[in-house]
Design a protein around this ligand. Structure first.
Ligand code: NAD
Ligand code: UGA
Length: 461
């Protein structure tokens, strides 16, 4: 097996595969990196001459693509060819929650992972290092290994687990300066080959090696702990509202304890994103399959708290608007699950919108990076009502002023920086009175908003 890697292939050109391979290509000019995907539209967008058309928005990404694309970074739909040529293959396909059969709504759907393993086994003419980049249940490497072991020709394959810890919106800086790189594996040589790649820009002290199962389980555990912090502070936010405490003050006070730490303690309308919920559900499912009921119940509570936070924010809007929003215009600022991304998967905004639409509100949505078609696609996907009804009740606008004009209330769902810079006086002047402002991100200053004449509510005080 050749361990001085010159050709890498990554299967799955999504939110992880795209930025991760772009950074590897940028840091390792002598390595040829090919990203492949079955989704031809996505690959065409990655190859688009207009960098504004890239399928993913991440600060700093387009500059790296501009430097590396067609030099040592390539995007293609020719999966077999790229697999055959590569010495190291990253699997970075989606691992969504299963929506059918056994484990429906809980377990990770590993069909895409298995298809990749089978394709690698079928196509390979030489041994390869196969790297699990996707987030997968602990012991998935055993499945991949057993499929690869059955490949014809007795080729030598090594499976490594190398979970990705980047957060969307800061993907590039997270990749360039990671807290740690985790590599789990059984072959020292294969581990070293992957280490050699990261060591071009990551301090070796930050590269941690473990056994395969610890690495796989660490990824689910990291996401569970992060999500748990958000649910914990959100639980306290409700208590703050009842007692006169202020959740930011509480967060600062507890965060100064170095054992607790100050990060990830921002109360919000609830965490979203493609991973926290699916990974915790997966963890809960795994625990249940081992009959670890208390362990499963413990982690499930993180999700239940998150669901509660989303619905209590939506309920609060309805209750404050005199218990009915029927026919009332409510402007929603933000649709992405967090700022600096165009990703809307599991965004709290979708669930708040669905709740308000069920109450027959007229929603006027604005998000700086999410298109109208994506917003309609998200709300249609919930299947609560027909797409015609969704289009009757929900409109999408090109700027916040248009969205808020004539509104009974404004709700902030995503913490985009530009929402802080809005001319809130103009917004207020063009709204109906009383002008309600529901801040689901604790983005604005209460005094300032009240001085402008808003009836201001924010979570956690
Ligand atoms: P994504 O849906 O954006 O991208 C996955 C891509 O894989 C899709 O474009 C899909 O078409 C492609 N694909 C699926 N099966 C394929 C196959 N057999 N051959 C070729 N292409 C195939 O997903 P993502 O957000 O990039 O996440 C990928 C994995 O990384 C998931 O397991 C996720 O949990 C994990 N992860 C995601 C993040 C994140 O911030 N999004 C962070 C860390 C880890
Ligand atoms: C998260 C993790 O942070 C990454 O380490 C991990 O790699 C990734 O999931 C994954 O596996 O997919 P991401 O979901 O992109 O990254 O973004 P986060 O910054 O973690 O935010 C997740 C959600 O929690 C967002 O909706 C955000 O608004 C919310 N959040 C976060 C809060 O409400 N409060 C906080 O203090 C922090």
């Amino acid at each position: 097996m050749k361990l001085n890697i010159k050709k890498i292939c990554c299967i799955g050109a999504g939110y992880v595969g795209g930025p991760t391979m772009a950074v590897i290509a940028d840091k390792c000019p002598e390595i040829q990196v090919t990203l492949v995907d079955l989704n031809a539209e996505r690959i065409a967008a990655w190859n688009s001459a207009d960098l504004g058309e890239l399928p993913i928005y991440e600060p700093g990404l387009s500059e790296i693509i501009e430097r590396t694309r067609h030099k040592n970074l390539f995007f293609s739909t020719q999966v077999d060819k790229a697999i055959e040529e590569a010495e190291m293959i990253f699997i970075s396909v989606n691992t969504p929650t299963k929506n059918y059969g056994v484990g429906k709504g809980m377990a990770a759907d590993l069909k895409y992972i298995e298809l990749c393993a089978r394709q690698i086994a079928r196509v390979s003419k030489s041994g390869k290092i196969v790297v699990e980049k996707s987030t997968i249940p602990v012991r998935t490497a055993a499945t991949i290994k057993s499929i690869l072991e059955d490949a014809e020709g007795g080729l030598e394959f090594h499976v490594l687990s190398n979970p990705e810890f980047l957060a969307e919106g800061s993907a590039i800086s997270d990749l360039i300066d990671p807290d740690r790189i985790l590599i789990g594996g059984e072959s020292d040589e294969a581990i070293q080959a992957l280490k050699d790649i990261y060591q071009r820009w990551v301090n070796p002290d930050k590269i941690l090696t473990t056994n395969l199962w610890s690495s796989e389980l660490s990824k689910l555990t990291a996401n569970a702990f992060l999500a748990q912090r958000v649910s914990s502070i959100n639980a306290i936010s409700e208590l703050c509202e009842k007692t006169g405490a202020n959740v930011d003050e509480v967060a600062t006070a507890i965060g100064m304890d170095s054992r607790i730490g100050s990060k990830f303690l921002k109360a919000s309308v609830g965490f979203g994103g493609s991973c926290f919920q699916k990974d915790i559900l997966n963890l809960v499912y795994i625990a249940r399959t081992y009959n670890l009921t208390e362990v499963a119940d413990y982690w499930e509570q993180v999700i239940l708290m998150n669901d509660h936070q989303k619905s209590r924010f939506a309920n609060h809007i309805v209750n404050t608007l005199f218990n009915t929003v029927n026919g009332k215009r409510i402007a929603m600022l933000g649709w992405a699950f967090k700022k600096d991304t165009n990703d809307t998967r599991e965004s709290a905004a979708i669930y708040v919108a669905d709740h308000l639409l069920t109450e027959m509100a007229q929603l006027a949505v604005y998000d700086p990076k999410v298109s109208a078609s994506k917003i309609y696609q998200d709300i249609d996907a919930i299947s609560t009502r027909s797409s015609e009804e969704n289009r009757d009740l929900l409109s999408v606008h090109l700027n916040p002023y248009e969205a808020c004009r004539g509104a009974h209330a404004v709700a902030i769902l995503t913490e985009w920086d530009e929402f802080k810079e809005i001319d809130w006086q103009t917004i207020k002047d063009n709204m109906l009175n009383p002008a309600f402002l529901f801040d689901g991100r604790r983005l604005l200053d209460r005094k300032e908003m009240e001085n402008l004449g808003f009836k201001y509510y924010t979570l956690g005080e």
